[in-house]
Ligand binder design. Structure first.
Ligand SMILES: Nc1ncnc2c1ncn2[C@@H]1O[C@H](COP(=O)(O)OP(=O)(O)OP(=O)(O)O)[C@@H](O)[C@H]1O
Ligand SMILES: [Mg+2]
Length: 384
């Protein structure tokens, strides 16, 4: 069962009916192919599209296009790729274009221009049947509002994807029960969705998405409706599943802390465009503009900034005690630095000492962030 490890590889996509089945099961990938690539994806809503496109091509901005044509540029020029095993988070305020973008990735919304490739194949070239098969077998989506069928038991909700693929009842129930136990709902198969809490229903949504063994999973604010504690549990659950299953994930959120926790890379979106794409550490330590900086001011810096990025050269220093790895985050060394003023040695992947980290450097960094927080509080207090 794949939640314990990536068994269904991209080069062997399989139909639940077995090896003899001739169903289309998506483009056959090789190990080198990037699971998901987007190039200059743009979506414009409105009727006067030809003029809107011409204006965009001439360098007009979103507001000019809106003023002159009445068309809304929801997504503009989104270019990125996601590797197998990577969680790519798209984060931005309400209306920034996140849902439109993620819907373009599976052609639930047709992009106005640009290319989306799955395992190297442009999805714009798929006919209706192929697109349906792709969505059924290679992609899964999890939405904020769980979208469960109220009249179906939990197990039939989870097994739905396999049912429409034509799997036998025995096969799909066996798989659904396995996935239910992976998301911690082993005993709930025969209940109906309304008998479950919101958090449990979202687990059912997650189990349903996982049941078809998708290569690529799209999440559109799946945890936004959940209480903070349940939300944290679900985030932890997703992290642990992804560590085991190594799928290709695109996760939408408007919560920067969630983005930092889940994302290997984060794209920050504003008014339909990516304003910055980077690792959590890159974004927190070097925000591209004020819009991004606003999000980072409250960020738990010690959880994302690595020792490697704040260490200083050895310069004859004699570090004490057990060294720390360059990839350790500051949170991992804080207690030791507070307990002992001596600098700690920092070692690279090969175990060679490449620098030292000390209390002063970390205190400077944390001081900068608390000064920024205080300045922001002052600004807020000055507002009428
Ligand atoms: N079908 C549509 N027709 C016209 N405009 C639309 C349509 N869908 C979305 N929009 C507009 O596109 C812009 C982006 O919307 P989108 O739903 O992608 O934002 P979002 O970032 O997902 O926001 P939220 O965080 O509130 O879910 C918004 O201005 C929205 O009004
Ligand atoms: Mg949305």
């Amino acid at each position: 069962m794949w939640p314990d490890g990536p068994q269904s590889t991209a080069s062997s996509p399989r139909c639940v009916k077995g090896a003899s089945c001739s169903h289309y099961i998506g483009p056959v990938a090789t190990a080198e192919q990037t699971p998901l690539e987007c190039h200059e994806v743009t979506k414009v809503f409105g009727v006067n599209l030809a003029t809107a496109r011409a204006l965009l091509a001439n360098g007009c901005d979103r507001q000019q296009v809106l003023d002159e044509t009445g068309c809304l540029v929801a997504v503009q020029g989104a270019t990125f790729s996601v590797q197998r095993g990577e969680t790519f988070v798209v984060m931005g305020l309400s209306g920034s274009g996140k849902s439109t973008l993620i819907r373009c990735l599976s052609r639930l919304i047709e992009p106005t221009s640009g290319t989306v490739k799955i395992d190297g194949a442009p999805i714009s070239e798929l006919d209706d049947q192929e697109l349906r098969e792709l969505r059924r077998k290679r992609l899964s989506m999890v939405f904020q509002h769980f979208g469960l069928f109220p009249h179906r038991k939990v197990i039939d909700n989870v097994a739905f994807g396999l049912e429409i693929q034509g799997a036998s009842k025995a096969d799909r129930y066996e798989r659904a029960l396995e996935v239910l136990s992976v998301v911690g709902l082993g005993g709930w198969a025969d209940h109906f969705p309304q008998q479950l809490s919101g958090g449990m229903q979202q687990r059912v949504g997650l189990a349903r998405a996982l049941c078809v063994e998708p290569e690529i999973l799209f999440f559109d604010e799946p945890f936004s409706a959940l209480d903070p504690l349940i939300r944290r549990d679900m985030q932890d659950e997703l992290l642990s599943l992804q560590a085991r299953m190594q799928r290709t994930l695109v996760f939408i959120t408007h919560d920067f802390h969630e983005a930092l926790k889940l994302g290997d890379r984060i794209a920050i979106m504003k008014d339909g465009e990516f304003v910055q794409v980077g690792t959590p550490e890159q974004i927190v330590s070097a925000p591209a503009d004020d819009y991004v900086r606003e999000f980072t001011e409250d960020a738990p810096k010690t959880k994302v900034i690595t020792v490697g990025s704040v260490m200083r050269p050895l310069d004859g220093a004699a570090p004490s005690g057990e060294p720390v790895g360059v990839d350790a985050v500051l949170e991992d060394v804080l207690a030791r630095l507070l307990a002992d003023p001596a600098a700690l040695g920092v070692v690279d992947d090969r175990g060679d000492v490449v620098g030292v980290v000390d209390r002063e450097r970390v205190a400077d960094l944390l001081g900068e962030s608390s000064r920024a927080g205080a300045a922001r509080a002052d600004r807020a207090a000055e507002q009428p």
